[in-house]
Design a protein around this ligand. Sequence first.
Ligand SMILES: Cc1cc2nc3c(=O)[nH]c(=O)nc-3n(C[C@H](O)[C@H](O)[C@H](O)COP(=O)(O)OP(=O)(O)OC[C@H]3O[C@@H](n4cnc5c(N)ncnc54)[C@H](O)[C@@H]3O)c2cc1C
Length: 242
Amino acid sequence: MFRTRRPRHTATVEAVAEIAPRLARITLGGPGMSAFRCDEPTQWVKLFVTDPLDGQTIGRAYTVRRMHPSAPRMDIDVVLHGNGPAARWAEAARPGQEVSFGGPRGSFRPDLDAGFYLLAGDESAQPAVLTIAENLPAGMRGAVYLEVAGPEARTEVALPAGLDVVWVHRAGGVKGEALREAVLKAPVPRQRVAAWVAGESGAVRDIRRHFLEGLGLDRHRAYAKGYWKRDEPDHRDPLASD
Ligand SMILES: Cc1cc2nc3c(=O)[nH]c(=O)nc-3n(C[C@H](O)[C@H](O)[C@H](O)COP(=O)(O)OP(=O)(O)OC[C@H]3O[C@@H](n4cnc5c(N)ncnc54)[C@H](O)[C@@H]3O)c2cc1C
């Protein structure tokens, strides 16, 4: 099978802000991005960065949180988990640095027959979840489960009417467990539910099973993707379609 080659772009780090403890918003821009278009929720880029520890260049997936109206310019929100080359790069990132990236990849088209959306993710999937929530058809009802370390780690979230945010606090627990527990107990209507989850692979696997077997959703209404996996660098989810 052949993979389409994605265009490569170069960008300059224009700003770095800590939007929550251990979560950095990095604004990338510059003329090297002039051919870059990104207009669907959940779209992501493969960012090629140099690990400050060993000088090796690696590629990792990051969601485009927002394209600025003054494009070419975009925000990505990076979890500073401290344990991998991309997280280390983000922690050291400063305005003026150059990076390259490929993409965008991925897509999300809202299910117009759905009457209720159940969305869930940890911090790595928070950008993707929020791009979906912000772009659902007007009047859509739904619940947005976001796992974070605790109340201090909540970010500013402004969602359309009809969507409720449920903050799920780890309170010192292992990443993914609180989200799994909360989503497995989440109240949902009996019909016309669509669901989307991403985050730590083990938690996502259980939540995927709940969508299909617990809630009885059709596969096309139950998207689930492991965005990272505990103790596994550069994890690729074999079950996800993009
Ligand atoms: C489509 C897609 C979109 C994504 N969007 C985002 C995004 O917008 N923001 C974001 O921060 N991440 C996002 N991710 C997840 C990100 O690509 C991974 O977390 C990636 O592993 C980070 O690379 P790294 O070099 O820091 O760590 P790696 O070298 O991949 O892993 C090193 C170690 O760190 C651990 N690790 C990796 N990620 C985390 C984490 N989040 N928390 C705790 N431990 C971790 C691994 O288990 C491993 O033990 C996305 C992933 C996918 C597939």
